[in-house]
Design a protein. Structure first.
Length: 151
């Protein structure tokens, strides 16, 4: 049974946790920025699709065009590719596409949900959230091989 002090402490921790999560979600929004373009998700055409535009709002381009939902775009460090999550194959998987929307390729293939992709600083790996073992955890997928220079 909770005492008045335990209830008050529990409520305070719950408040701080909710506040922290609110701040994290505010700053980790689905809009990603390169030096000149923004990738974002919009429902302007029915369901969640990925778009890019210049930072001044011009040159709006829809990158995903199938009937499925696409979300959480993340620019590669060099700005040439965008990782994203989609349920186009029946469950949530991670995809990578060129910055112009071409060459959309699934990089995960698992019956569990994979989402929230994030590029490594060197652009060779993508970290993502998955519930493959029943708990949401972080996994890493290699997307580019290591190039060794022996010269």
């Amino acid at each position: 049974m909770y005492t008045k002090e335990k209830l008050k402490s529990s409520c305070l921790w719950g408040f701080f946790f909710a506040l922290l999560m609110s701040l994290v979600l505010t700053f980790a929004s689905q809009a990603q920025l390169t030096n000149t373009r923004i990738a974002f998700v919009s429902r302007r055409d029915g369901n969640d699709k990925i778009y890019v535009m210049n930072v001044d709002g011009t040159n709006l381009i829809r990158l995903t065009n199938d009937s499925a939902i696409a979300s959480v775009p993340d620019w590669s460090p060099d700005g040439t590719k965008i990782a994203f999550a989609s349920n186009r194959d029946g469950n949530w998987e991670i995809y990578v596409m060129d910055a112009d929307g071409g060459n959309q390729t699934r990089i995960t293939n698992h019956p569990a949900n994979d989402d929230q992709p994030s590029w490594s600083p060197d652009g060779r790996r993508i970290a993502f959230r998955s519930d493959r073992d029943g708990n949401p955890e972080i996994y890493v997928q290699m997307v580019a091989p290591l190039k060794l220079d022996f010269a």
